[in-house]
Design a protein around this ligand. Structure first.
Ligand SMILES: Cc1ncc(COP(=O)(O)O)c(C=O)c1O
Length: 435
């Protein structure tokens, strides 16, 4: 049983005193994990990671969904190492930039032009900016049921942690409900006069789109001259190698990619219709748009990682994608069967789409106690992010751990001891006003 986090605890304190939030991503922060958990990771290989105390875990987080093939996946590490010998940044573009842009334009249905950056937020924010420049309008409609689109003010201003964002910026972002086309029609009517630049949505996140829903959005946007943006930072390359837009058969005007695109290496992409994208270019007579210009946007070794990842995703009839969906389904089915067996379905379940399952817990005390008990057995998870490296041994270890953790949870609920058995505080939502 894993209970020694001595070195992690020292680093936890040091990080909290030196780094606001103790980490460089809020969802990796201490408030997102039980107290009895590793703080600092040393290395990962495949679907496993090791912490500073030498504890080994099955990792179901996989770099916030970015590591689709597995940690330190040999074919990706090889191309990176090889490219590093050629240097990383030059006075003019690397030849790989146009090569990868071409590969992506052949891969993703909406990608007539492609622009690279390092983070998903850079890509989504530039999609919003480009839409505003193209339409001359300012309002952004965003899906309220999806957790995150960007670290930038147009999005953060519309969350509970909006301190520092101007009222004017806040007033330009409005929201609509997922899978509810009538709600969207009403929101469009209410904001039409002010002028709607774009609508941004993940084609699918926690639930599948209803039959015809995405097409109905497409039609509404075309009719109302609203730029349709699909945020595929998570769904891209995970739901299908050609994107969720291919899977669901609906083509947006602009779309954004990141995460799984290079198996965790830092690259993102804004892609879309030439007519809109070229406003950021040098070959038109209209007012210029300053679109994504970053020192590190075209790092050759990260471009190589993306090329290789996409090549692997396309192989053997999309074997990686199939494996990910199958693994997610195995975990979902096993967990839900155990929840039924322990008569806990009122308190816990896994739902969501098979390639990206989500846990439901009745409250955060139960969620945290469950995670605490999983960690003791060497399983580190927030949701379930299957990768190509999650194999039978990881799946069976996880299911065995589910059984033990649900046993503890059942006892805790029956005896009213959930809070007592939890060491430390429960996990808190990232988007909250006060600590
Ligand atoms: C759907 C979605 N869009 C955009 C982003 C931002 O990506 P990044 O963290 O690379 O800036 C995220 C990050 O989690 C995301 O989940």
């Amino acid at each position: 049983m894993i209970t020694n986090f001595a070195k992690s605890n020292e680093l936890r304190k040091k990080a909290a005193s030196l780094i606001p939030g103790g980490a460089h991503t809020y969802s990796k922060g201490d408030d997102q994990f039980p107290q009895l958990s590793p703080h600092s990771i040393v290395k990962g290989k495949g679907a496993r990671i090791w912490d500073v105390d030498g504890n080994e875990f099955v990792d179901w987080g996989m770099g916030l969904t970015s590591v689709i093939l597995g940690h330190a996946y040999d074919p990706i590490v090889e191309v990176i190492k090889k490219e590093l010998d050629n240097g990383v940044n030059f006075i003019r573009p690397s030849f790989i930039e146009a090569e990868l842009a071409e590969q992506i334009s052949m891969q993703i249905p909406s990608a007539q032009m492609v622009k690279f950056a390092k983070n998903g937020s850079n890509a989504t924010t530039s999609a919003v900016k480009l839409s505003r420049a193209y339409t001359g309008k300012e309002v952004v409609l965003r899906c309220i049921d999806q957790p995150f689109f960007s670290i930038d003010d147009w999005f953060i201003g519309d969350t509970d942690i909006s301190s520092g964002v101007t009222e004017e910026t806040k007033s330009n972002t409005k929201h609509f409900k997922y899978n509810d086309i009538e709600n969207l029609k009403n929101v469009i009517e209410l904001n039409k006069e002010k002028g709607i630049a774009c609508l941004i949505i993940e084609p699918a996140a926690t639930e599948e789109p209803n039959e015809g829903y995405l097409q109905a959005i497409r039609d509404l946007c075309t009719r109302e001259h609203i730029v349709l943006i699909f945020d595929e930072v998570v769904s891209g390359f995970r739901f299908h190698p050609k994107g969720a837009q291919y899977l669901y058969g609906v083509t947006p005007d602009l779309s954004t990619f990141g995460k799984a695109m290079a198996n965790g290496y830092s690259i993102s992409a804004l892609v879309g219709k030439k007519e809109i994208m070229e406003l950021g270019g040098l070959e038109h007579n209209k007012e210029r748009v300053f679109l994504l210009s970053t020192t590190y946007g075209g790092e050759p070794h990260h471009l190589r990682a993306a090329q290789k990842t996409i090549e692997i995703l396309n192989q053997n009839n999309y074997a990686v994608t199939k494996h990910i969906w199958d693994t997610g389904k195995k975990i979902k089915d096993a967990f839900n069967a155990l929840a039924r067996q322990f008569e806990l379905t009122e308190f816990v379940n896994i739902s969501g789409i098979d390639c990206r399952p989500y846990f439901y817990f009745k409250d955060n005390y139960m969620r945290t106690l469950f995670q605490q008990e999983m960690i003791k057995q060497g399983i580190l998870m927030q949701g379930i992010v299957p990768s190509f490296s999650h194999r039978e041994s990881e799946v069976s270890q996880t299911i065995e751990a589910f059984e033990k953790a649900l046993n503890v949870l059942q006892y805790a609920i029956e005896t009213n001891k959930v809070e007592k058995l939890l060491i430390g505080n429960p996990i808190k939502p990232v988007f909250r006003k006060y600590n």
